[in-house]
Ligand binder design. Structure first.
Ligand code: MIC
Ligand code: SF4
Length: 640
């Protein structure tokens, strides 16, 4: 039996386990990426591991999220990251060089290699045939130290593409269509592997838009073959030597097959407040928009920006619309500056922001109260923009540009012929914003500002856990709900005590105080708990507040791993109906935890207030049980 491409890359990096879906496998990691919102913690953890130098082929530390620098804190974090990179052998990508995923695709990605990133959109690299997986900072720190990354062997879904995109229909519409069909939990435990005759019609920036937003499906990764199109992209980046052809065997088997006819797609849009609330643009056309934001790791390549410029050329924004453009990389920004497209954008009235994440993570450009904001981004979770009652819509760069011009949500097909923008034959290469590490053995000084606080720690999990039920959440709770980001909070990512004031801030601002008063306790959740970002802070900070166990109907992969990495028990109701029997404030007890978990028995959760008990399961390998019982991954490694 032939292998699919996912199995081929996994097989060539397998260090433990067998490739049965759901079973834990250990993977050798070739490259890592971290960014400044997850990277400070990952670097503190790397320091705690006591290794002299990173052991990967390439590890890059990006500064792209925290670019507002409203006070000393962002700048201090960046200086710390830069000094760590110099000392331990990481490449440092300076603020202004661009968004980690975009820059990594341009300058580092390599077909057939593995990339572990402390950011959920790491699968963007799948546009190049590289297996990119998102993880918590600690998992990435451990991979930087040369240890394998453990993940359940994914089921592999073939997305069979036929036809070609019609004018004004874009790669964003491909992934929005998949979100419409599969929902935000439809990809959990899976890799989406693209195949079929439609693949060759998509260039690498288009493929990367699709693999990027596969994260919103909850997928472990998304992957395109490496073909002639990939070779041309790498050659245009001056990196043809990184190319190798890669494809599934003709007789490869898949766990599932989805057919998607590119010809049949039309412009789509995600309605507030979930990326899977997708409808055709024409269904909401005519709705007024107050703000349009173009950029993010989904849609900020030079091809996207040239397309937007072509649509806006000679036009003028209506007085009701504010338009911002955040380029994905310095490369993309320099290229539109040289081509004149930047001038067209500015002339039309666009505001040009730093090459970075910007409004996507709520670092500036919070919309006005109750405003409608249309964005070419990947997430529209409630409140993430910085304005609790703003309505955020997600669509392609084309739909965004057309709507900005008209002041209302617009199907771009109404604008007449579509601009034809080809991928450049050669990209402008200038790596002067990448700082190479110092030679091994150099005693580079590590510079810590006052905002960088020590890592919180905890002891092993006790045998008997009792406490209060602190909060009951619903389905699809995101890590933005658990540990919000944005301009006020993001600068605190290396300061857990300060961050702890904001845990669950959007769901229940009294949570931190109640958790402190109760000395910690339990949290209950519904389906797909912890979806979205990879931020380990959504586990680390609740641990700091004393949360002992999170009990849900089902977990999102990265968050579940982050919980056990900090020693919080990630538990699942054996009977999901039991979720409804609990009330906030109930006194709960988990007896006999260590013995039961060491012998792989279900746990019993006793509700002492209401006088009943329910059964709980956990989907953890024996290795993961040891980690969580040790009180987390750092304790586990230190005990080694
Ligand atoms: C996001 O898009 O939510 C982020 C910010 O990039 C996160 C990482 C983080 O919280 O730092 C992600 O997607 O993993
Ligand atoms: Fe940055 Fe947004 Fe991409 Fe996250 S999703 S890496 S915040 S651009």
């Amino acid at each position: 039996m032939g292998k699919n491409l996912t199995q081929k890359i996994i097989a060539s990096h397998l260090v433990s386990g067998d490739m049965t879906p759901g079973e834990e496998i250990g993977l050798r990691i070739d490259q890592t990426l971290t960014q400044d919102a997850t990277g400070t913690m990952a670097c503190l953890q790397f320091e705690a591991l006591g290794q002299p130098r990173v052991k990967t082929k390439v590890s890059v530390s990006y500064a792209d999220h925290n670019l507002l620098q409203t006070d000393f804190r962002n700048a201090d974090d960046h200086r710390y990251l830069q000094s760590i990179a110099a000392r331990y052998g990481l490449v440092f990508s300076r603020p202004g060089n661009g968004i980690c995923h975009q820059v990594h695709l341009e300058r580092f990605g390599a077909p057939g290699e593995t990339l572990l990133g402390a950011d959920s959109h790491t699968p963007t690299a799948g546009g190049l045939g590289m297996l990119g997986i998102g993880a918590g900072g600690l998992d990435v720190a451990v991979a930087m130290a040369g240890a394998p990354f453990y993940v359940p062997m994914p089921r592999v879904v073939l997305v069979w593409l036929t036809g070609a995109l019609r004018p004004w229909v874009s790669a964003k519409d491909v992934i929005l269509e998949l979100l419409r069909r599969l929902s935000v939990k439809g990809g959990v435990g899976k890799v989406l592997e693209y195949g079929g005759p439609g693949v060759a019609t998509l260039n690498v920036p288009q493929r990367a838009t699709i693999t990027n937003m596969g994260a919103e499906l909850g997928a472990t990764s998304s992957l395109f073959p490496s073909d002639e199109v990939t070779r041309r992209f790498l050659a245009a980046q001056g990196r043809e030597e990184a190319w190798q052809p890669l494809a599934a065997d003709p007789d490869a088997e898949y766990d599932e097959i989805i057919e998607l006819d590119l010809d049949a797609l039309e412009p789509l849009i995600a309605l507030p407040h979930m990326p899977d609330r997708v409808v055709p643009v024409r269904q909401v056309a005519g709705k007024a928009v107050d703000q349009v934001c173009i950029g993010s790791c989904t849609n900020s390549s030079v091809v996207d920006l040239e397309t937007v410029a072509a649509i806006l050329r000679g036009g003028k924004l209506p007085p009701t619309v504010s338009l911002t453009i955040s380029p994905g990389s310095k490369q993309a920004l320099t290229m539109i500056a040289r081509s004149g497209a930047l001038g067209d954008l500015i002339a039309a009235g666009a505001r040009i922001l730093d090459a970075g994440c910007g409004p996507c993570i709520g670092m500036g450009q919070a919309p006005a109260s109750g405003a409608a904001s249309l964005r070419s981004f990947n997430r529209n979770f409630k409140g993430r923009s910085g304005t609790a009652d703003a309505e955020i819509y997600l669509a392609s760069a084309e739909v965004c540009a057309a709507s900005a011009l008209r002041g209302v949500i617009t199907d771009p097909r109404d604008l007449g012929p579509a601009p034809q923008i080809e991928m450049p034959k050669s990209f402008l290469i200038n790596d002067n914003m990448l700082i190479m590490p110092m030679a091994e053995g150099t005693d580079a000084e590590i510079i810590r500002g006052p905002n960088i606080k020590p890592l919180p720690t905890r002891g092993p999990v006790p045998d008997d856990i009792a406490g209060e039920l602190l909060l009951i959440t619903g389905d699809n709770i995101t890590t933005d709900d658990i540990m919000p980001a944005g301009a006020q909070i993001l600068p605190l990512r290396s300061n857990v005590p300060a961050l702890s004031e904001y845990v669950f801030a959007r769901l229940d601002p009294t949570f931190p105080q109640r958790a402190r008063q109760a000395g910690g306790g339990f949290v209950l959740g519904g389906e797909n708990y912890g979806q979205g970002s990879s931020r380990e802070h959504a586990a680390l900070v609740p641990m700091y507040l004393g949360v002992q166990a999170v009990i849900v109907k089902s977990f999102a992969r990265i968050h579940e791993a982050n919980l056990l990495n900090v020693g919080i028990l990630p538990l699942v109701f054996a009977d999901p109906a039991d979720y409804h029997r609990f009330r906030q404030g109930d006194r709960l007890r988990l007896p006999d935890v260590r013995r039961a978990m060491q012998t792989n028995e279900p746990l019993r959760l006793i509700n002492e207030t209401q006088g009943f008990a329910v059964s709980l399961r956990y989907e953890l390998s024996p290795r993961q049980v040891e980690i969580v019982l040790a009180g987390g991954l750092l304790n586990y490694y230190k005990a080694d």
